[in-house]
Design a protein around this ligand. Structure first.
Ligand SMILES: Nc1nc2c(ncn2[C@@H]2O[C@H](COP(=O)(O)OP(=O)(O)OP(=O)(O)O)[C@@H](O)[C@H]2O)c(=O)[nH]1
Length: 363
């Protein structure tokens, strides 16, 4: 019978010598080198004998049943003694920017399914360690299949407060909302996308709804227009006023009213305030119209804030509001900015250091 050398069992002394070699190596090896060893080998080292041998193969067939789940550590629901740092209430704790498709009604009776970024958070009492994070998403998912309306989101908010036993809760939904807009003169149409955010906040038992809209427009400087005309008139010198892409972030408190405040209504108000919205489909006749429209509506950044304010302040569907405008001046190496608020909701002596920087819309 042919015996292959690998079939030969090493002599016991050889095995002992190999173990001594391993242990001599281990005595000089670093922890990293020891930890990198195959657990079955590491177990042979002194003091490692009781080290349990663990499988490195993923157990595809393992089922986590209710009884097993009950054995899992649940740190976030642990005793207050686990709290690290100050024993202070946390105003917002949750998950930011989980995304899912949400269906929205349009003002003309249609429906749009849009990618929506959701941020959900709840308050946490000072003596509680943490929240069950997954419930922030699970509560929202339970309602997300229904067509959007603030009342659907209110149902998710109710779940937050009951599932997470929280006093306050907040849901923010951000999406880009397409609206077909007509060109100025050629009759062409194209889609304009509006960055919109909805906030639903329940704080101290008071519930509020907020809508945020970014409106992008061209601002032509009135002073520069006058100076250009002055050069033409007095010196027959051609001159053009500086104009620039500008952004107004309009935030309104949507107050319950039998008449719904549609996204399209807010967009219409913005256009009524500052008609020089950036265009989508532009032929030469449209470009000429745009030049005339800008000449007819020159605005400083102060004018912009007040023009938007004028469109918001007398609408019974709108409570407190804030207009933040940024003109990315083509004359300067900086932006001209303004913030106008009405009511206490958005009044703030401190502004996020990056707030104005977010009022830039790339093409
Ligand atoms: N509270 C909290 N949880 C976190 C954080 N980062 C990750 N998590 C994890 O979020 C995961 C899901 O949390 P839970 O919703 O409590 O999961 P669960 O306990 O199985 O869910 P329930 O069955 O509803 O209790 C946990 O594994 C946490 O470790 C954090 O910063 N805070």
């Amino acid at each position: 019978m042919n015996i292959h050398p690998s079939d030969l069992k090493p002599e016991t002394q050889e095995a002992r010598d190999a173990l001594d070699t391993l242990r001599d190596w281990a005595a000089k090896a670093s922890d990293e080198e020891i930890n990198a060893l195959d657990p079955a080998v590491a177990r042979l080292l002194p003091g490692q004998a009781d080290y349990p041998v663990m499988s490195h193969v993923y157990p595809t067939g393992f089922v986590s049943d209710e009884a097993y789940r009950a054995t899992l550590p649940d740190l976030q629901n642990g005793p207050a003694s686990l709290i690290r740092g100050a024993r202070a209430q946390i105003q917002h704790v949750g998950i930011s920017n989980f995304r899912l498709p949400i269906r929205f009604h349009t003002r003309d009776g249609g429906e749009l399914t849009l990618e929506t970024s959701v941020t959900g958070s709840v308050s946490l009492e000072a003596d509680k360690k943490g929240i069950n994070m997954s419930r922030i998403m699970r509560s929202f998912y339970a309602h997300s299949e229904k067509c959007f309306s603030f009342s659907v989101i209110e149902a998710a908010l109710e779940d937050y407060m009951s599932d997470l036993e929280s006093l306050d809760a907040r849901i923010m939904m951000r999406f880009s909302y397409p609206v077909k807009i007509l060109s100025l003169r050629s009759g062409l149409q194209g889609y304009q996308y509006y960055d919109i955010a909805l906030e639903l906040v329940d704080e101290g038992g008071v519930r509020n709804r907020y809508i945020h809209l970014d409106y992008v427009y061209s601002s032509t400087c009135p002073c520069s227009l006058e100076l250009s005309e002055h050069a033409r008139r007095t010196r027959n010198q051609l001159a053009t006023p500086h104009s620039q892409r500008s952004v107004a972030r309009i935030a309104v408190q949507s107050v319950p009213n039998e008449d719904c405040l549609w996204f399209e209504d807010l967009i219409d108000k913005a256009r009524a305030a500052v008609p020089t919205e950036t265009q989508v489909m532009v032929k030469r006749e449209d470009e000429q119209a745009f030049a005339e429209l800008n000449a007819a509506n020159p605005i400083f950044v102060e004018d912009a804030a007040r023009l938007f304010c004028e469109q918001l302040q007398d609408d019974p569907r709108i409570g407190d509001f804030r207009v933040a405008a940024s003109h990315q001046e083509s004359l300067h190496s900086h932006d001209a900015v303004s913030v106008l608020t009405q009511g206490d909701t958005f009044r703030a002596s401190s502004l996020d250091p990056h707030f104005f920087a977010t009022l830039h819309h790339a093409g």
